[in-house]
Write a protein that binds this ligand. Structure first.
Ligand code: GLV
Ligand code: MN
Ligand code: MN
Ligand code: MN
Length: 396
């Protein structure tokens, strides 16, 4: 499975993946998922929000145990973020069948759509729509960098966008969702355990900072006559780093666009996207307010107009306590329990169903980069742990 998936959407120049929602590479990943389901004789379906499901047992049954992750990627992402959870889910099912398990309740494997939000700006769109935390109207407003509406991209990929919305009936039949994921930090890296259990996800969000200035000639416009938005943007990036350090939190400007984007023109618009995360919501809100204040102050000094728009918000997630304790008990008494700053569909779904996560050791901690890695023995240990956890949830 791993070997088949590896070439899909790989960008040769970086060795990273570009598997953006509703793109050709995404379609290939989705076809791979459907083939895996068919090869196992599983009942396959795509829900109203474009999430893929493969059912072992009755697809209309109650009390389902669900596992999976996502197959899309950030720009030049790693091979493991997302796919490891889906490949492990199919592997775990194979293990359970080899053990002769014939559960009374159904097991489903999922691929949630557009987890990374790399193309349309909002992460976890598939699970957000299903959980009802993203409304169809909000989804209708999402566009990619070329101005294409997300709903039109969905439609072009063969998914009827008029169906999107809260999927209460389906989620009401789920007893637990367990997502296995590569760890995206170094909590497990130096310890003896290949697999840990997640405790919480830091609250996080995305904000768009627009700095409107005046385009003019780089060779003829005196410095004192300029209204250059690049300066306010640069000052804001530096302020964000400083204020995040003071707050013990995180702030990242990882995406920027410049208009008209010419070497010999002062920009008319610089647009930067802030990703910020903290251990608690009050700290995060105060931090972003302070960064915005720094942006407005510097913009005013330079005769630039600044605007800050919140594009998404994910509240703090505490994974279901009984479920997470149960996972830790299955894995053994000294299983590491760790929080994370990364968002996941399991975090979104925790609003409506009991969810938990397993993390597989990442020797470097690097993620959202082509350098992301995990060793083969650790991946196999992760799949084995997932099989044990699923068996426990299916049997009792
Ligand atoms: C998703 O990986 C995120 O946390 O940004
Ligand atoms: Mn990711
Ligand atoms: Mn992920
Ligand atoms: Mn993620």
């Amino acid at each position: 499975m791993w070997a088949e998936l590896l070439p899909v959407g790989r960008f040769d120049a970086s060795g990273g993946y570009r598997r953006f929602a509703w793109s050709a590479a995404d379609a290939e990943c989705r076809a791979w998922f459907a083939e895996q389901a068919a090869a196992r004789g599983l009942h396959y379906e795509v829900d109203r929000n474009g999430n893929q499901w493969a059912w072992y047992g009755d697809p209309d049954g109650e009390d389902a145990v669900v596992t999976g992750s996502h197959l899309d990627s950030v720009p030049d992402g790693g091979a493991y973020d997302g796919p490891l959870g889906v490949v492990s889910a199919f592997t775990a099912l194979d293990v359970l069948r080899a053990r002769g398990l014939r559960p009374d309740r159904p097991l489903a494997i999922t691929n949630f759509g557009d987890e990374e939000g790399a193309r349309f700006g909002v992460a976890c769109v598939g699970s957000r729509l299903s959980a009802g935390v993203l409304t169809p109207d909000q989804a209708a407003a999402l566009r990619d960098g070329s101005g294409l509406r997300m709903l039109d991209a969905m439609e072009a990929a063969g998914q009827d966008p008029s169906l999107i919305g809260k999927d209460e009936e389906r989620l009401a039949r789920v007893r637990a969702y367990v997502e296995l994921h590569v760890e995206q930090g170094r909590f497990l890296a130096d310890g003896p355990h290949a697999v840990g259990v997640a405790s919480a996800i830091w609250p996080h969000g995305r904000w768009r900072f627009d700095f409107h200035g005046e385009a003019n000639h780089a060779g003829t416009t005196r410095l004192q006559d300029r209204r250059d938005p690049m300066l306010a943007y640069a000052a804001t990036v530096l302020a964000a780093r400083k204020k995040a350090r003071t707050a013990g939190a995180l702030a990242t400007f990882g995406k920027v666009s410049v208009e008209p984007n010419g070497t010999n023109a002062i920009p008319s618009l610089v647009r930067g996207w802030l990703d910020s995360r903290a251990a608690d919501e009050a700290t995060l809100q105060a931090l972003v307010a302070a960064i915005a204040e720094a942006a407005f102050e510097r913009a005013e000094e330079d005769g630039v107009r600044a605007e800050v728009v919140r594009e998404s918000w994910t509240p703090v997630v505490e994974f279901d306590r009984p479920l997470r304790d149960r996972l830790a008990a299955v894995l053994g008494p000294d299983t590491p329990v760790l929080p994370t700053g990364a968002g996941h569909d399991a975090g979104i779904l925790s609003e409506v169903i009991p969810t938990a996560m397993l993390f597989v050791r990442n020797p470097t901690g690097v993620s959202h980069s082509p350098a992301e890695t995990a060793t083969e023995p650790d991946c196999l240990a992760g799949a084995a742990a997932l099989a044990d956890v699923l068996q426990n949830l299916l049997e009792a």
